[in-house]
Design a protein around this ligand. Structure first.
Ligand code: HGY
Ligand code: MN
Ligand code: MN
Length: 384
């Protein structure tokens, strides 16, 4: 992340932007507006990613924000533009996502600071090891002068490619549940333990993973994933005594999502009791679905049309920092087509002509917002 910050600072400083790293590790740089100490519009995305990732998830939104400012060279809007590069959105290291953006809405709290990674390093310690002081986290919070938040991001799915559309406005972001689930059985010798006397935690977990997949297949709009599994002791000739796995469930309706999670936990308990196992789960994330700001969506669609794109709105299955910022300020997202619908993989890509369209759309959008006093005259304007 230090290397990433160094690279991005080199792109931002020639634009006269003073870049700082806040106490949550977020990169932040303000491009001055026409009014000294006037309100500001935030544009950005996350800088972290997933293991064996592609090269666009998150970072493209930060680079696009900088590209917009490069295009602007000169005209200053009635509002400043703050470029944001969030430090931790994916939740890979600590399991809990959105750590960087939660600092901006005052939710990087002591409880989250004590969450530990697989080496037992806490979020607090990781922030200190990065050279930052967690005591200053409250200073990362957004001020009342924040007008809104825009995030450009790859769609990470197949929808825009199927529609043959380069860009779309995001109308809502699906809610997501993330759980850590643990099956405990009885480790034993793989060669001497008859099948009917086993309490095999891995076989029990495998039966449950099939139920998770069937839940996703059986409920329209639901996705349910076990992304990680760890069996102990993890030897060929030992029946697994303990299995830890992750559950990720998403849906645009919070009721359907929560009901699906409750049903899956009940299924796990039924499997465990039938197999003489025990099972427990802990909630890592219960993130409600979040609607994007209608006022901004309307402007995005106008800007899409001006950029020669057919206006289109869609729900995001992926989570984004915009769903956290939306707790505090009007937030909106612009999706770019993902060729092949592949993401979270080195094959992730974008078409440069789509990026060009996104820059054009962004420039129209900024001009439109600068020409609408109801936007910049009343920070945190009422929703809708
Ligand atoms: O997992 C997600 O929804 C996103 O990549 N953070
Ligand atoms: Mn991602
Ligand atoms: Mn992302």
């Amino acid at each position: 992340m230090h290397d990433c910050h160094r690279e991005i600072v080199q792109w931002m400083e020639p634009l006269g932007i003073k870049v700082r790293i806040d106490a949550a590790g977020n990169l932040r740089g303000v491009y001055a507006g026409g009014q000294p100490n006037g309100p500001r519009l935030l544009i950005g995305s996350h800088l972290d990613t997933v293991p064996n990732a592609g090269a666009y998830d998150g970072i493209l939104g930060v680079v696009l924000a900088i590209a917009l400012l490069e295009e602007l060279q000169g005209p200053r809007f009635p509002f400043a533009i703050e470029v944001l590069g969030f430090s931790e959105e994916e939740g890979v290291r600590f399991g809990a996502p959105f750590i960087g953006s939660r600092a901006l809405v005052g939710r990087l709290d002591p409880q989250l600071l004590q969450v530990c990674d697989s080496q037992g390093v806490s979020v607090r310690k990781a922030i200190e090891d990065f050279g930052l002081d967690p005591e200053h986290i409250p200073e990362a919070e957004l001020g009342k002068d924040t007008l809104g938040y825009l995030e450009f991001h790859i769609e990470q799915g197949p929808v825009l490619e199927k529609l043959n559309q380069p860009l779309a406005a995001v109308e809502a972001i699906a809610g997501q549940s993330r759980l850590a689930v643990r099956f405990v059985g009885r480790a034993n010798h793989a060669g001497t333990t008859p099948m009917h006397l086993r309490h095999d935690a891995l076989a029990g977990a495998a039966e449950w993973i099939g139920k998770v997949e069937r839940a996703g297949q059986g409920i329209p709009g639901l996705v349910a994933t076990v992304g990680r599994i760890e069996a102990k002791p993890g030897a060929t000739n030992v029946i697994a005594g303990e299995v830890r796995l992750t559950l990720d469930v998403r849906h645009s309706s919070d009721d359907i999502r929560r009901r699906a999670v409750a049903d899956l936990i009940r299924e796990a308990q039924e499997i465990a009791s039938r197999r003489g196992l025990s099972v427990n789960e802990s909630n890592v994330l219960n993130q409600p679905a979040v609607a994007m700001e209608p006022f901004l969506i309307g402007h995005i669609e106008d800007a899409l049309a001006k950029a020669g794109c057919k206006p289109h709105r869609m729900v995001s299955g992926a989570g984004h920092d915009a769903m956290i910022l939306a707790e505090r300020v009007p937030s909106a997202m612009i999706f770019l087509r993902t060729p092949g619908g592949i993401s979270h993989d080195p094959a992730e890509s974008v078409a440069s002509e789509d990026v060009e369209k996104a820059i054009q759309c962004g420039l129209h959008l900024l001009q439109q917002l600068a020409a609408s006093p109801e936007f910049y005259k009343t920070p945190n304007f009422t929703k809708g």
